[in-house]
Every structure is written in structure tokens, then in C-alpha cells.
Design a protein around this ligand. Structure first.
Ligand code: BGC
Length: 275
């Protein structure tokens, strides 16, 4: 099935501006495209190679929507501020933040260096803090615009099933995602009064580069599928559909929650045949 054909595309984000971090590939790319399909202008954040980000921009512009690629390391406060300033100069404001940029640096615990620990926490958790803080400031400054959205802004953190499921040899990653869960919930509690809606999405095994080393071999794919009751690996569009819904007013009463998009990975599939 072509990637986007499962999405409804009914202008649910018309006239809004979405900033998606880590949007040059994988889940972030699918979210950027899906938000444009729903009528949003999109800021495509990336780090490193500009070409894939420019391709996402070109694809969005091909849909007759606006997009802009901005490079920024989400763990660098100065760069994050610069990115928000540039985006707001270009598009006037930001209505939706999808804090998606994330990395893995997997290592057995006794071999994990402080640098492995730090860089994963910096990008996955501190990056979420820095970007959402800038978003909250902009949402509070602007407030609700009648006719555009019921809220002053929406924040969606892309977390992981590993905010719940412990993951050996990925302690830095699961710690970052567990942290992100409580960051999301605490922030949701704090900013509801400003009509800022905050939620998380916890993807399971989604076919992207981050886990290619696993799904790219028949044995790896088999081992992955044993953990997924729904019987298939997820596609980026599965997560994009959830993100569009959480960004739209359809989900107006959904606040401070995590939507698991994991084919049932969190259902303890090991117990399916009895305990
Ligand atoms: C990780 C993937 C992994 C998936 C399920 C994600 O958060 O980034 O590498 O396949 O969780 O374990």
C-alpha cells in the first residue's frame, strides 16, 4: 500500500504551522508529509546532511504547501532558539511541535561510556525539553487564534514503547524515554491552563534506519515479529496518522496521555501461550 494512502487528508491542520524535529528521515519525515497533507506549513528540522531534508521540503512543496528545512542540533539551546526564531520569522508563528529527533547508542552496561550515556540523554530528553520550552513560550505569547485551533498550541513527544518496556543493553535509551514520559505528563499538567495540549506517542518497532540492522535480516525480522502480536512491523505512516490526529482538534479532550502505536508490543506477547 503506498505510504500515505491510509491517511484521510481532510484539511484538519489547515492554516497551521508544524515544526517537526528529526524530519529528514523515518518517523519524522512521515509526520512532516502527513501534516502537510492536512494543510499545515512545515518546518523540517534536521542535522547533518541537508539533502534528505531538502527532499522532504520539495515533496511538501510539490503538494502546493510551504516547507522550510532548518538545521539545528536539538540538544543545543542556542541552535534551538535560532531555529524557532527563524521559523517564526518565516511563518509568523508555530502551532504544533512534534519533538521527534532521537538516537540510540546501544552498549552492554559495563562497556557504556559516559559519552554514550550523555549523547542519548542530550538528544532524546534534553532535546525534548529545549524544543518544548521554546514552543510553550511562543504558544503563550500568541494565545488562541479563533478559527485556527481550539488550543494555543499542541506538543507531541515521540517517545517509545521503551518508556514502559525495560531494554537490556539500551539502558541509556530506555532511561531517556522513561524520562520523556514524565516530562510530557508534568508539562501537560503545568500548561493546560494556557490551553496548550501535550501528549506523547510511543511507537513500537517501526521500519526505519534506527532498527534496520534488526529487520534487514530474515532472522532479525523473525525475532522482532515474535514481539508483535499484530504480526507485522510498523510503518512510519502508522505513527504519522496518530500524530496528525493528536495535533488536530479531533483529539481536543486528549491531554497528557501516551498513545501506543506498537501492534500490541506492550501486551507481554511472551504470555500469549500461557504463563
Ligand atoms: C527503537 C527501535 C526498536 C523499537 C521496539 C524503538 O524505540 O528505536 O530500535 O525496534 O523501539 O523495540
Amino acid at each position: 500500500m503506498p505510504e500515505a494512502s491510509r491517511l484521510a487528508c481532510s484539511g484538519r491542520l489547515k492554516g497551521q504551522v508544524a515544526l517537526v524535529t528529526g524530519a529528514s528521515s523515518g518517523i519524522g519525515r512521515a509526520i512532516a508529509l502527513a501534516m502537510a497533507d492536512e494543510g499545515a506549513s512545515v518546518v523540517v528540522n534536521y542535522i547533518g546532511n541537508r539533502e534528505p531534508a531538502q527532499e522532504v521540503v520539495a515533496e511538501i512543496q510539490g503538494k502546493k504547501m510551504s516547507a522550510l528545512a532548518i538545521e539545528a542540533d536539538v540538544s543545543d539551546q542556542h541552535r534551538v532558539r535560532g531555529m524557532f526564531d527563524q521559523a517564526i520569522r518565516e511563518f509568523g508563528t508555530i502551532d504544533i511541535l512534534v519533538s521527534n529527533a532521537g538516537i540510540e547508542a546501544d552498549r552492554p552496561y559495563s562497556e557504556m561510556t559516559l559519552a554514550d550515556w550523555q549523547k542519548v540523554l542530550d538528544v532524546n530528553l534534553t532535546g525534548g525539553f529545549l524544543c518544548s520550552q521554546e514552543a510553550v513560550r511562543e504558544f503563550r505569547r500568541r494565545g488562541i487564534v479563533a478559527g485556527r485551533s481550539l488550543t494555543a498550541g499542541k506538543i507531541i513527544f515521540i517517545s517509545s514503547v521503551h518508556q514502559e518496556i525495560p531494554w537490556a543493553r539500551h539502558t541509556n535509551y530506555s532511561a531517556s524515554k522513561g524520562g520523556l514520559k514524565l516530562l510530557m505528563e508534568s508539562l501537560a499538567q503545568e500548561v493546560a491552563a494556557y490551553r496548550i495540549r501535550v501528549n506523547g506517542i510511543a511507537p513500537g518497532a517501526i521500519r526505519t534506519n534506527i532498527n534496520k540492522k534488526v529487520w534487514d535480516t530474515p532472522e532479525g525480522l523473525q525475532s522482532m515479529l515474535r514481539l508483535i502480536p499484530w504480526g507485522r512491523i510498523g510503518e512510519p505512516v502508522d505513527v504519522a496518522a496518530a500524530a496528525v490526529w493528536l495535533a488536530s482538534d479531533e483529539s481536543d479532550y486528549v491531554h497528557g496521555t501516551t498513545l501506543f502505536v506498537d501492534g500490541g508490543m506492550t501486551l507481554y506477547p511472551g504470555f500469549a501461550a500461557g504463563g
